[in-house]
Each structure stands twice: as structure tokens, then as C-alpha cells.
Design a protein around this ligand. Sequence first.
Ligand SMILES: [Zn+2]
Ligand SMILES: [Zn+2]
Length: 337
Amino acid sequence: MRAVLLREIGGRPHLADVPEPTDVPPRTALLRVEAAGLCYRDLLVTQGKFPRARAPLILGHEYAGRVVRVGDGVEGLREGEFVTGLPHTTCGSCEFCLTARENLCVNKKWYGEEVPGVFAEYALVDASSLVRVPDGVQPSGAAISSCVVGMLVNALREVGGAKAGEVVVVTGAGGGVGIHAVQVAKALGCRVVAATRSEEKAGAIRSAGADHVVVGSGFSEEVRRVYGGADLVLEAVGEPTMAESIRSLKWGGRLVLVGNVTAGTFPLPLGLVILKGLSVLGSVGSTVRTMREALEMMARGQVRPVVREVRLEDHESAFEALREGRALGRFVFRPAS
Ligand SMILES: [Zn+2]
Ligand SMILES: [Zn+2]
């Protein structure tokens, strides 16, 4: 089968012919991968920013596909069903799995890092997090229901406590995460200020529902002038925009960090955090519950996936656009369709 393979960490991925998985281990499902989202995390994996990743490796962790076969101990899944699931395996028995916080599972293994990924025609995935994709959700939308939309429901509402009427700033608002963050925040009833460096993406960000778009690297002044500061910042860029994000917050504001494109560090202004009573929070991944909610939001049309479908053959240009910040929304591969 065809797959996007990373032969060595630090190298460039390429299209390769690899053996199809044959054995399906217990509690596992073999899927025919119909859609697979390209995440900034995949790019960071190729750059060696995730030390647990071991090459050679099939990349990718965002998927939707049809069940081909299931292993022993899998119940409730039939051949041919169209499903999606979490971007990593879960153990089912740690304190986090037992309290429905699978995103924090201490024994999880990410696809495309520690176990083979989903940029391939077929993939083996942990059956425990698989859910049926509801009618009205396209394969590419289903593929981004956990690592993008479900992740954002978790970050904005569960971790950030976003409430209707609050002012939410989204950084990197034209990117794969940002443009969906704008929509999820609107679906939660928030007023959304979108920050982007890209003039070309401003129109699409407005169409996604942003109340206010600020183009350029400085956005805090405008957020404070127009809204008196943000209740919440959804920080999808990380280190490059952190200083402006913290300056945007009003007293008692919260910042939820979901991405860090440089993998670099940031000197937190401790005095400001204390005196203004700020909260700086990290959020990772999605739970099964927030992934289901994401699928429902898409089925109802509250969140419309902003995706560009690309062939596996064209992975190089997709990685390139992601690296250069030119990607609007999410690139989604269609390996087996
Ligand atoms: Zn992802
Ligand atoms: Zn666990």
C-alpha cells in the first residue's frame, strides 16, 4: 500500500510502498483510511521535536475510515462502518482514562510517532475510542473531529471555561486550528477577535464568523481599545505571539495554550500574571466526549470544516505550505478514495 513515510528524523517524508497490515491485534481495528488531516505536529515530528518518535515511520494521526476487520475483544463495530477516533491509543486503566480524560492518558501512544500512522491506505487503530461518523459529516470533517474541533471544544470550554458573551482572542486564526477555533468559540456564544499575520486569509476568517479581524503581529492594543481586553485567549501559535496574547488579557483573564509552532520557550512576566490575576493554561487533545460533540457541531452546520483535500502524491507541497504558514485551514489527504 502507499504511505507517507519518514525514513529518518530530521529528513523529509516521501511516498513509499509499504506492506499492508495483516494481523489485527486484540482491541484493535483495521481501517481503510478515507481521510487523514495534516497537523503541525506531523511537521514537528519530522523535525525531531517529539523525542519519542522513532523512524522509519508512517506519519499522521488524524483519520476517518471504514472498518475492514476488528481484533478479538472489539464489540459494537461492524465491517464497513465509517468511523473516526482519537489521535493516539489509550490504556483504559490509568487514572485519566478511568475519569474520561483520555487526552491525558499516561500510557498513550500517538499514531505517526510511537506507532505507525494514518497517512496510508490502511491503518491499525485502537478500537476503544472509535465512534461512528454521523450523517452530514464528510470524511475530511470527520478526520479533524478529534485533533482539531474536539481539541478546541476541550480547550475553549473544558479547560478555558469559555462562556457566552465573553471576548475570545484566537491567534493564528487562518491556520488549521485557528479557523476552526473561531467557529467553535462562536458556537459557544463568544465574541471572537481573530489575529492573523496574513492579509490574504482575513476574508476567509471573517467568513468563518469572526466579529473582528486584526491583521499584523501587534493585536493587543486593538483588543484593549475596542473590547477593554480579552476574557480568554486561545493561543494556537505559541512563543511568537505569547507576549501580545498576555497583553491582550483583561484582569482575571485566561490564556489557553494549544500550539507552539517554534517549540521554543517564553519568559512569562510573573509580576503581571500575579497582579492581574491571570491564568495560563495548557490543553492537549480531545476526549471521546468532546470528539463526539465536535462531530455533532459539524453535523448541525455550526462548524464548517475549512479543509483542502490533497493527494498523498502531493504531500511535499502540503508540508511546505504548512512550514511557511501559507496553509488556510487544514490539508486533508484522501489515501484510499
Ligand atoms: Zn493533529
Ligand atoms: Zn490511560
